[in-house]
Write a protein that binds this ligand. Structure first.
Ligand SMILES: Cc1ncc(COP(=O)(O)O)c(C=O)c1O
Length: 445
């Protein structure tokens, strides 16, 4: 063996040795972090699919034990009382949306009268646009961003069409410089006197970027613009003060970090300064409760956000929230956010450590303060990598064209989970173990 080969072999061996030591060090760091994690006991309260590292709670949070109990109780009430469940179940179904809203309010910094459970996220945005979009001469545009979740964009366009407003002029887009994130400067620069409403995400569903909501709200109000947020990717993992920040309205799903279950009803927040405004789309469950069953032909809105309900609430789909929201309340949003930031920061670092030979890029901000609940790994073969990871039991998801989303949820994901997930990603990238998935068509979710 000549000298240079010898050196190469020695360096490789040393490298392997060093990386093994590093692996063991990080592995024990992950164990230590778990050992000192005050939220660790909450993991037992969740049904994490066995044999998996579940990093997809930003798509669908797993069932909680408390949610299962609440759902069983609702079923039992239906079995035992049938129609009687509307008044005799515990809590009575007639008040269930209000009861769940009371549990949800502190998690988003709202008064219980400012929030209600109803409909789906998309329908709630339609309701809010029907209520708050009032085009008038010189101020008839809706501002949305270029990377908005598609349903938000569809809803905005359909309201412009419904009011006979030209979509190409009246739908104003905040540009994204990199196709994944937004700059608050660009958002603020897009606000002017022609904009009547702005609809923006709190956390961008692809990149996981958390916007500076208070700064954006102040700027919108300086320009006389009403501002509403899609908070689907932030509620339950990031604390909010919607009321204090003066957010005009917000809407979000409850099946991600709130663990409500597939198709659980969504939420609407309407700031108290707008209470009393007639809902754009009225329905009998938005009527005052005291007179709802008088079957009056005149709609008398319920107080606060409750007026924005429409039809009969889906009791069985809402019941698990009674359990899961109580759990989240017990854990506390400050502790949840603190752990979330540590989980995502360590996960990012471990992914980098495992992949020093590859250039790894992230779409989520490096600064944990600007990151929501997930890490967004950018790779040209993101679809194949996501499928290969699922095959290995690491449940992540793929958002086209090139993002693998990894969401460690503070109440049931451990640091060791993150460490193991990073190691599996590292192996797949090193061995090209995902290549067999390249020809498989994408099936989402
Ligand atoms: C940001 C965002 N908005 C809206 C939705 C979907 O709305 P809906 O619950 O009406 O299907 C999702 C679903 O993942 C989402 O991530």
């Amino acid at each position: 063996m000549d000298g240079s080969k010898e050196m190469l072999v020695r360096d490789l061996a040393l490298g392997r040795f060093a990386s093994n030591i590093m692996d063991r060090f990080e592995d024990s760091l992950a164990k230590q972090l778990d050992l000192h994690d005050p939220l660790a006991p909450f993991r037992n309260e969740f049904y994490v699919p066995s044999g998996t590292i579940y990093l997809d709670g930003n798509s669908l949070g797993p069932l909680t034990r408390a949610g299962e109990t609440a759902l069983k109780e609702a079923l039992e009430a239906w079995r035992e009382k049938a129609i009687g469940g509307w008044l005799e179940a515990n809590p009575p179904w007639f008040d269930l949306a209000e009861h769940v809203a009371t549990l949800l309010a502190p998690l988003i910094g709202a008064d219980p009268t400012e929030v209600i459970l109803a409909n789906s996220t998309t329908v709630n945005l339609h309701q809010l646009l029907a209520t708050f979009y009032e085009p008038r001469s010189g101020r008839d545009c809706i501002l949305i961003d270029e990377v908005a979740f598609p349903t938000d964009r569809y809803a905005v366009d359909s309201h412009l069409r419904l009011r006979g407003q030209p979509v190409d002029r009246c739908r104003r887009l905040v540009p994204s410089r990199d196709g994944r994130t937004l700059s608050e400067t660009d958002i603020i620069g897009s606000l002017d006197e022609s904009v009547q409403i702005a609809i923006l995400p709190s956390v961008i569903y692809t990149s996981g970027q958390l916007l500076d909501l208070p700064a954006v709200v102040s700027a919108a109000h300086r320009h006389g613009v009403l501002i509403g947020f899609d908070c689907s990717h932030s509620v339950g993992v990031v604390p909010h003060q919607l009321s204090e920040w003066g957010v005009d309205f917000a809407f979000f799903c409850t099946y991600k970090y709130l663990n409500g279950g597939p198709g659980a009803p969504a939420a609407i927040f309407v700031h108290r300064r707008h209470h009393g405004r007639m809902p754009g789309m009225a329905g009998w469950f938005g009527n005052q409760k005291e007179t709802q069953f008088q079957m009056d032909s005149v709609f008398t809105p319920a107080p606060g956000a409750r007026a924005f309900q429409m039809g009969t609430p889906p009791i069985l789909s809402m019941a698990p929230l009674v359990g899961s929201l109580s759990l989240i309340r017990d854990a506390g949003m400050t502790a949840i956010r603190a752990k979330s930031q540590r989980l995502t920061s360590h996960l990012r670092q471990w992914l980098l450590d495992q992949n020093h030979s590859h250039e790894l890029t992230f779409a989520d901000p490096e600064d944990a303060e600007q990151r929501g609940g997930h890490v967004a790994l950018v790779h040209r073969d993101a679809g194949a990598i996501s499928r290969a990871l699922r095959r290995e039991g690491v449940i992540v998801d793929f958002r086209p064209p090139d993002i693998v989303r990894l969401a460690p949820a503070p109440l049931y994901t451990s640091f060791v989970d993150c460490w193991n997930a990073a190691a599996i990603v590292g192996r797949l990238l090193r061995d090209h173990g995902y290549r067999s998935e390249l020809t498989v068509p994408d099936r989402i979710p």
